[in-house]
Design a binder for this molecule. Structure first.
Ligand code: SAM
Length: 239
């Protein structure tokens, strides 16, 4: 799957590509991640990407003409003719990204993310994109981290990227019939007994029993209890 990011800070995306699972997936040609510098699509010698907002106000706004040129330029750069492509604008005003959205977006061959900076975009850019996403109700300095959050989440649904397929089944927020949108059950590893000051913390006995049926029931019960306790809003939530 191909991820492309239009940004004024391509180095943020390029550095991310060098690490861990993503780097391995790129090497195996399961993923492609490429950053395009918005300044390469400007019209003047100063490589101007922003302008003052009409009507006044603080800060600068990314220019619609430069963004149009960049989107059209990047769209043209393709090796395959029939790539299922979506152009995505990153904005706090977009649809809130979720695990369900990630799974849907993973059905595309190519996603192009438009990353904002400063006060955001000229509103007319909206008419050039297929979708608008926010990664949550807070304001970042730029869209690069939002793009990377989305890329990393979507990439986990690309076959072969995460080592074992079962690693992504039954995870928090998944709706795969088993856990149905709950948080994941609690996990433990060695040591079996952990002493912290006067406290002794033990691994639940059922996990040491070797009885897989009992463990399965315990995990389902714990997932439900944990979700009810910390995220009751998730139960029966319609995404
Ligand atoms: N003035 C804008 C507002 O109040 O909505 C915020 C602009 S923000 C400082 C600059 C850029 O960061 C945005 O254009 C967007 O691309 C990105 N950004 C900030 N918060 C985001 C979020 N929650 N989700 C996705 N992108 C975000």
């Amino acid at each position: 799957m191909k991820f492309e990011v239009i940004t004024i800070f391509p180095e943020l995306i390029d550095d991310y590509k060098k690490i861990s699972i993503v780097a391995r997936a790129i090497k195996k040609r399961l993923l492609q991640i490429k950053a395009f510098n918005l300044r390469d699509y400007t019209f003047d010698a100063h490589k101007t990407v922003d302008g003052r907002p009409y009507g006044g106000g603080a800060g600068m706004v990314l220019k619609a003409d430069v963004l149009t040129r960049a989107i059209q330029g990047v769209l043209k750069k393709t090796t395959k003719k029939k790539e299922k492509t979506k152009v995505i604008l990153l904005t706090p005003a977009g649809k809130v990204f979720s695990q369900t959205e990630a799974k849907k977006l993973a059905k595309n061959d190519r996603l192009i993310f438009i990353s904002g900076r400063y006060e955001g975009f000229d509103e007319r850019v909206s008419s050039l994109v297929d979708a608008e996403y926010s990664i949550g109700d807070y304001v970042l300095m730029g869209g690069e981290l939002a793009a990377l959050v989305m890329i990393e989440t979507i990439a986990r649904f690309v076959s072969g990227v995460v080592g074992k397929e079962e690693s992504i089944q039954g995870e928090s927020f998944s709706k795969d019939g088993k856990t149905s949108n709950l948080l994941e059950y609690p996990q433990y590893t060695r040591p079996e007994v952990l002493k912290i000051g006067k406290k002794t913390l033990r691994v639940p006995k059922v996990l040491l029993s070797g009885d897989h049926q009992k463990i399965k029931i315990w995990r389902a019960d714990q997932a439900l209890k944990k979700t009810k306790k910390v995220r009751p809003d998730l139960i029966n939530k319609q995404w």
